[in-house]
Design a protein. Structure first.
Length: 368
């Protein structure tokens, strides 16, 4: 079959992007912006070529590099496109790896079913692709498909009995099923096998800390979270749990405030931190500031159920029932299983109904 050369200007764009990025992203923002711009143009022009991918005489490895660069820039629409383009070229190397990375890109685009299919494709090509097995297991765990997730992680342990990621995954499943002693053993074993300051060590410690919290061993939990922060001061999840422990259990408002403010100094768009900061401010009686924090949480994540519910509670407590009803309704729409939001929504509807009846009765008294 005759191969068609891709246009020279596209080859130049590919070369430009690869040369600019190579191992590391550009340190200067202006250079980074140029790469992002060229990637978007490259994506658009490749999409406009109305020819089967297999007809093109293009180096698959260069397309793969373009996909990886897109990933590193969090340009997941572009990485999705170029991973698929690469896969359709029938490359001799990195095919299973590309399927796995495609799955991660699809997850970032909230295409969960397609992501699952991609991870399974990676595994079908290379049964020893531990990353694909782990990503599949983690996806199933997040979907609360615990039985399948457990089977997936156990399969990894069949291939490698000391696979840390599988042990962490099984710890998460056991914790979700209420098997806390079992979960603790999985996390402890994972911690023993983890390399120092690795992501696996963070995850194993984080899992253990959550179990300590559940057992009301708050000082042990804090020690574990603080050990994570000692290794990675930007670990926002650990900072968040520290804030929650101080706010909800140890009642040390100042320390809770410091933790939430630390998160927001690292990531101003962190919705859970804004929500928790709002809770803290409300408990201090600073309703106006709390309302702003809840609204900031929603602004950064319009699907964050907890912030809608908490803002609804604040509005209810300040007698703004119409507004409160809207936020409770939104919370229930986003998560119909959220019992707090459902209870609050039903309560506000009953309150409105009672107030209407009371108002009618008062009017009748005035008439008579």
């Amino acid at each position: 079959m005759l191969k068609i050369n891709i246009p020279d200007h596209l080859k130049l764009k590919i070369t430009f992007i690869i040369e600019r990025v190579s191992e590391n992203l550009p340190s200067k923002e202006i250079e980074k912006v140029k790469v992002i711009k060229e990637l978007k143009i490259l994506h658009k022009e490749f999409e406009s070529i109305n020819k089967p991918v297999k007809l093109f005489d293009v180096d698959p490895e260069k397309i793969y590099l373009i996909a990886r660069i897109s990933d590193r820039l969090n340009m997941f629409d572009q990485s999705k496109f170029f991973y698929r383009f690469f896969i359709n070229l029938n490359p001799t190397e990195n095919l299973d790896v590309a399927w796995n990375h495609l799955g991660l890109a699809l997850l970032n685009l909230n295409k969960v079913t397609e992501a699952e299919s991609s991870f399974r494709s990676a595994i079908s090509i290379n049964e020893n692709n531990f990353d694909a097995w782990f990503n599949l297991g983690k996806l199933l765990l997040n979907l609360k498909r615990f039985s399948r997730a457990e089977t997936t992680f156990k399969k990894i342990l069949e291939l490698n009995k000391d696979n840390v990621q599988a042990l962490i995954g099984l710890g998460g499943i056991s914790a979700n099923l209420g098997k806390y002693d079992e979960a603790q053993e999985f996390f402890k074993k994972a911690l023993q096998l983890s390399e120092t300051s690795s992501e696996n060590e963070f995850e194993a410690k984080y899992g253990l800390a959550l179990i300590f919290e559940r057992d009301k061993s708050y000082e042990e939990a804090l020690d574990m979270y603080n050990s994570i922060i000692d290794m990675n001061p930007k670990h926002v999840d650990a900072w968040n749990r520290i804030g929650i422990i101080y706010l909800d259990y140890l009642k040390q408002i100042d320390k809770a405030k410091s933790a939430f403010e630390k998160i927001l100094s690292l990531d101003e768009s962190n919705s859970p931190a804004w929500n928790n900061y709002g809770l803290l401010l409300k408990r201090q009686g600073k309703n106006s500031e709390a309302e702003k924090a809840y609204r900031k949480s929603i602004e950064n994540n319009p699907d964050y159920t907890l912030a809608y519910n908490n803002l609804g509670v604040l509005l209810k407590d300040t007698k703004r029932f119409e507004e409160a009803e809207n936020y409770f309704e939104k919370a229930v729409t986003l998560d119909p299983t959220n019992s707090w939001a459902k209870t609050n929504f039903e309560f506000i509807q009953q309150t409105k109904s009672t107030n209407k009846k009371k108002h009618k009765l008062e009017n009748r008294k005035k008439i008579y």
